[in-house]
Design a protein around this ligand. Structure first.
Ligand code: GLP
Length: 258
């Protein structure tokens, strides 16, 4: 695991955008795994800027989103379809047929989930997966006690997640109770993973994910088993890490490593 600590959310977002750009430069038809939530907003803004100012090209890119609320239509302003369209897709040159987001309104979730997994494989797997983290340590909507081998499926949201996400809705009662989400096992198959986190309210989840035991109670801790995962954090999110000085030492010394 590589831990990168930045002084601000802007720097965190820019570092992640540079990693995305590096992936696309090396492989213009890369497959990206994308996340929602407030954390990746700065990253998407920076990617849009790079597209406009530097010609970052998405014309051959394919994307798979992590999750969607069950029951929200694509036009619902809190659906992840709407979020992705408004914050990224409508501003870049990605072909709409290359965009995959789990459906929150299919009439057959079981076959949809199988199809989604199959499409990821048919597209060659995810080259770079972007993740945020919930305050309870979840990735995508893999709530505590999710199997670390889980695949795309329906999950019942934890009370904590409903409360956390209520800020985007008029009330907690409006937050959907179920979501369709890639599994931890699906995520672990991505070739490279970047987890972004900012703010002190994520410090405990980050510390447990990086330095705690691998446990289904903190699904982000499964990333310890992945061979190419980078956490890009601001100082608040990094503040609970016991080995922070060591990670910064590595960050400083890495460029000169043989
Ligand atoms: C939701 C999403 C996660 C996201 C989390 C954190 O639960 N399913 O993918 O990481 O929210 O959101 P935020 O970045 O707003 O803190």
């Amino acid at each position: 695991m590589e831990i990168i600590v930045k002084d601000s959310v802007e720097e965190m977002s820019k570092a992640a955008a540079r990693m995305v750009a590096r992936t696309l430069n090396a492989k213009p038809n890369a497959v990206l795994g994308l996340a929602t939530g407030s954390t990746p907003l700065g990253l998407y803004k920076e990617l849009v800027r790079m597209h406009n100012d530097e010609g970052l090209d998405f014309s051959q890119v394919t994307t798979f989103n992590l999750d969607e609320y069950v029951g929200l239509t694509q036009k619902h302003t809190q659906s992840y379809h709407y979020f992705m369209h408004e914050n990224l897709f409508k501003h870049i040159n990605i072909p709409p047929q290359n965009v995959y987001i789990p459906s929150g309104t299919t009439d057959n979730y079981e076959s949809f989930c199988k199809w989604y997994e199959q499409r990821i494989v048919e597209c060659g797997g995810i080259d770079l997966q972007i993740l945020g983290i919930g305050s309870d340590g979840h990735i995508a909507f893999n709530e505590p006690s999710s199997s670390l081998g889980s695949r795309t499926r329906i999950k019942t949201l934890a009370k904590q997640t409903i409360d956390d996400n209520a800020r985007f809705f008029d009330s907690a009662e409006e937050v959907p109770i179920y979501a369709i989400t890639m599994g931890v096992g699906t995520i672990l198959e991505a070739h490279k993973i970047i987890l972004l986190a900012n703010g002190k309210n994520k410090a405990d989840a980050v510390a447990q994910s990086v330095e705690g035991p691998v446990t289904s109670l903190i699904t982000a801790s499964a990333l310890q088993l992945h061979r190419d995962t980078m956490f890009i954090l601001d100082r608040g999110a990094a503040s609970g890490l016991k080995m922070l000085d060591y990670y910064q030492w590595i960050q400083d010394k890495m460029p000169d490593a043989p």
